[in-house]
Design a protein around this ligand. Structure first.
Ligand code: 5AD
Ligand code: SF4
Length: 437
């Protein structure tokens, strides 16, 4: 009998890559991936804990899985950040779950499944691992045929006041340099054109044994034949050095695009968040980059309504958005998370006020993006084709060098190929156009 698995992924790109790696390990033992829960013998829910809402989504999703359990006796596992945080408490809220596996233990997935199939006992493994758990690079079942995620480090040592990640992913651990390069070389052989290097704090990457830094890594990846575009995420402004900026400029494959989460535009809020930089220091880095790489496309993350954020402080975030003119932002209402420093602060910003600030901020940013995107009408961009457009089956979709979504009309295309697209129309979140020679 063919055994099938289904993985539901919440959260960030690293979670997506973790799901691809768990999928790869299962696949190596003969399991097949299915896109339908009802056909699965095993359902893994890979979770995110970064905001309260992501946890709520998990439990409502788990509720829906009860049916499959009843009908098919499906094995259900919870992995990821909520698994690490809640451990066996998840069984109390969702007794139909069979196993809980934390992010440091994915290499044990096959062993866990075997134990469950044998004994049908509930299992929990959320042990911290000090060493990087190296998996064979063959064991990755990738979602995209165009863009490949490559995890280079995991964890975080920063302890920003609002953030749960150090408690779910542990301290920083770096993947061996040689192993990253080997994976990128294999991806190039498989035809991948773009790699995205992933980590909570990629700029602090360091391989102690080989004495290699993040800059060394970029230089080496840049040498891999076949790979044409390199991106990395996420950079902490505190660790984003001039050296990295110059490396981005000098290496032809590193895209002129950077995600640099600022979180807030006011120095006093940044201090309370324990971010380790001021508004001025952030702006200085951004201005340096813009001078060095004039066409650089910047994106950021913003939290509104952090404990004690005054109207004036919030307005400083608005003014920062106006000054930098990001091409894209991810903005969130502050959400209290267990174990964090901020959870012990007095949060006197009313819920309604947080919502209103978020709406105001997003409205402003939308105008900025429309204004910026309008300048792109009439231009031709090289686009990496990622698939068919979800909204319109007659359209293709892809990304330009700035990581912007481009939807376009084209003929005879293949995922993972580059095409030239003339931009004819824009929206705040994407560009539209047609393929040209
Ligand atoms: N509340 C709201 N947003 C948060 N983020 C992280 N922690 C919280 C929180 N407690 C946001 C930050 C981070 C992004 C991944 O999620 O902006 O950069
Ligand atoms: Fe969510 Fe952070 Fe965990 Fe990614 S690392 S899944 S963003 S909590």
């Amino acid at each position: 009998m063919i055994m099938r698995f289904f993985i539901k992924t919440f959260g960030c790109q690293m979670n997506e890559n973790d799901s691809e790696r768990m999928g790869g390990l299962l696949h190596s033992l003969g399991w097949e991936k299915t896109d339908e829960e009802r056909k699965a013998n095993l359902i893994i829910v890979n979770t995110c804990a970064v905001r309260e809402k992501s946890e709520d989504k998990l439990f409502s999703y788990l509720g829906r899985l009860k049916n499959y359990k009843r009908k098919n006796n499906t094995i259900i596992g919870v992995t990821g950040c909520v698994a690490q945080l809640e451990k066996d408490k998840i069984f109390e809220r969702a007794p139909h779950v069979d196993f809980i596996l934390g992010p440091h233990n994915y290499h044990k997935i096959n062993e866990i499944i075997r134990n469950i199939l044998d004994k049908r006992e509930k299992l929990v493994d959320t042990q911290w691992q000090k060493e990087w758990p190296e998996l064979s690079e063959k064991h990755v079942l990738r979602e995209s045929q165009a863009i490949a995620y490559v995890t280079i480090m995991e964890g975080c040592n920063n302890f920003c006041a609002y953030c749960i990640v150090p408690f779910t992913r542990g301290r920083e651990k770096y993947r061996p340099f040689w192993s990253i390069i080997k994976e990128v070389e294999q991806l190039a052989q498989q035809g991948y054109k773009e790699v995205q290097l992933l980590g909570q704090n990629v700029n602090s990457y360091f391989d102690v044994q080989e004495g290699k830094s993040f800059v060394d890594l970029l230089k080496e990846v840049n040498k891999v034949n076949g790979i044409e575009w390199i991106r990395f995420i996420t950079s902490h402004p505190k660790n984003f050095t001039k050296d990295i900026a110059h490396t981005m400029k000098d290496l032809e494959k590193v895209c002129p695009q950077l995600h640099l989460p600022v979180q807030a535009g006011s120095t006093s809020v940044l201090q309370r968040m324990r971010r380790g930089y001021t508004r001025e220091e952030y702006l200085e880095k951004v201005n340096y980059l813009k001078k060095l790489i004039p066409d650089i496309s910047l994106s950021t993350d913003i939290i509104v309504g952090f404990p004690g954020e005054t109207r004036e402080e919030f307005e400083e975030t608005l003014s920062l958005l106006k000054e930098v003119e990001f091409d894209n932002i991810f903005s969130f209402r502050y959400s209290e998370r267990p174990y964090t420093l901020a959870s012990r602060m007095d949060d006197n910003v009313p819920y309604e006020e947080k919502i209103n600030r978020l709406i105001e901020l997003q409205r402003l940013q939308k105008e900025i993006q429309i204004k910026n995107n309008k300048k792109k009408i009439g231009k031709i961009f090289k686009v990496l084709v990622t698939g068919k457009s979800k909204k319109d089956k007659n359209m293709w979709t892809g990304r330009n060098i700035y990581n912007q979504v481009v939807n376009f009309k084209g003929n005879d295309l293949k995922i993972g190929k580059f095409v030239n697209v003339l931009i004819t129309d824009i929206g705040p979140y994407s560009l539209r156009g047609k393929q040209v020679k």
